[in-house]
Design a protein around this ligand. Structure first.
Ligand code: NAP
Length: 261
């Protein structure tokens, strides 16, 4: 599905990262990969995972810095010249923003950081890389249901994800003329480093399994397979979409349970 495609994967922190599931699925479909890491401190972690993915293209990119994004572009040019898309699997909000009553805990600084790292960075990467992306390229980001429905503790990340989804649509409109597609996957909850920053995340997992039509949560691999499809030419008619990979949770207001009998 992805033969002859060169794709940059951001957001691999460790073996639990959704981005690793995506990288594995894309590699299985024939893609050539480059792996981005935030800074030197995290390189060691990423190095062994990159070895597993059989790539030695490792690129430093801290998305909070325009300078770092520029340098990552130069590395991409040196390594590949041009390429066929990237996966933005990055989200962050300070931990004090992700616990407690939204109106009480949200601060101007927390709001700014969450939106900068979790949403603006998608635009920033697209803006910087667009002239080295081949026609038929695809960009992909990861979002969550907190963008459209409330839930405890997710707080300002919900607002940042709403922004990221609008960002997906505006980028899709903006880059369509260059034949670059832009999509998002709204993944169900998966236990990762970022997710463990949300208080009571374990409860979210169990409630998800109870209410989802498929009666379970989803895996990194399931998100990865959908990502591979969306970045492949098989999805050539799809852009600006939010695709839910959540075992159907978002369509269910209530589990069937005893009321269905
Ligand atoms: P994760 O493994 O912790 O990945 C988050 C990634 O964001 C990490 O690799 C982190 O890098 C990176 N990041 C944070 N700040 C960055 C910066 N300034 N520059 C570059 N990279 C930065 O957690 P994950 O759950 O797989 O998260 C990936 C994406 O999926 C996020 O957008 C998240 O909101 C979304 N998502 C997650 C779930 C879930 O339940 N897990 C559900 C739906 C959507 P460092 O570790 O190096 O800081």
């Amino acid at each position: 599905m992805l033969k002859n495609k060169k794709i940059l994967i951001t957001g691999i922190a460790n073996k639990y990262s959704i981005a690793l599931g995506i990288a594995k699925a894309m590699k299985n479909q024939g893609a050539e990969l480059a792996i981005a890491y935030q800074n030197e401190r995290l390189l060691k972690n990423v190095q062994s995972l990159a070895d597993e993915l059989e790539t030695n293209v490792l690129i430093e990119c801290d998305v909070s810095s325009d300078e770092s994004i520029k340098e990552s572009k130069q590395t991409l040019i040196d390594e590949w010249g041009t390429f066929d898309g990237f996966v933005h699997s990055i989200g962050f909000a300070p931990s004090d923003q992700l616990v407690g009553n939204f109106v009480d805990v949200t601060t101007r600084e927390g709001f700014k950081i969450a939106h900068d790292i979790s949403s603006y960075s998608f635009t920033a990467l697209a803006k910087e890389y667009k002239d080295i992306l081949n026609p038929n390229s695809a960009l992909l980001t990861l979002t969550y249901l907190g963008s459209v429905q409330t839930m405890p503790n997710y707080n300002v990340m919900g607002l940042a994800k709403a922004s990221l989804e609008a960002n997906t649509r505006f980028l899709a409109a903006s880059l369509g003329k260059d034949n670059i597609r832009v999509n998002a996957i709204s993944a169900g909850p998966i236990k990762t480093l970022a997710a463990s920053g949300v208080k009571n995340f374990r409860k979210m997992l169990s409630q998800h399994a109870e209410r989802a039509p498929l009666g379970r949560t989803v895996t990194q691999e399931e998100v990865g397979n959908t990502a591979a499809f969306l970045c492949s030419d098989l999805a050539s008619g799809i852009t600006g979409e939010i695709t839910y990979v959540d075992a159907g949770f978002n369509i269910s207001a209530m589990p069937l349970g005893e009321h269905s009998e």
